[in-house]
Design a protein. Structure first.
Length: 136
């Protein structure tokens, strides 16, 4: 079962790792889009969220304080639905596309929070390097 949980962790963080790398490799393009969406401190937001996604992904996959890593992922994406995917301010096809992205991102936040709880509640999760940072 340890291998199954490890595979699930790898698959879950894939989108975060890819997005984090994208944030740091295409910072100017991402900043321009964030500015278009009226994100405050757009460039800083792009860089910080990219770093949080990469660090959180590595933490979850390697099992080095995986609970903290899952929490970093949740924190890095929790503002995104409300800042980037404001479907209620759109019309037509754009509204539908933004609502899909909003719903997907909210679900990813929920998954990251669930993974945080799993790491904390099951300290012997298997195939991790450290114990959880947080205790219940």
């Amino acid at each position: 079962m340890d291998v199954v949980v490890l595979i699930a962790r790898i698959l879950f963080v894939f989108i975060f790792a890819a997005s984090g790398i994208g944030h740091l490799m295409a910072t100017e393009a991402m900043t321009g889009y964030a500015q278009y969406k009226k994100v405050p401190a757009a460039k800083l937001s792009v860089i910080v969220s990219g770093l949080l996604m990469i660090v959180g992904s590595l933490s979850v996959v390697l099992g080095i304080w995986g609970d903290l890593g899952a929490l970093l992922l949740a924190v890095s994406i929790a503002p995104i639905p409300f800042l980037m995917h404001r479907y209620w301010a759109e019309e037509g096809e754009a509204k539908m596309n933004e609502q899909v992205q909003f719903n997907k991102t909210v679900s990813l936040v929920g998954g990251a929070i669930l993974l945080f709880a799993l790491f904390v509640l099951v300290p012997d999760l298997g195939l991790t390097i450290t114990e959880p940072l947080f205790n219940v």
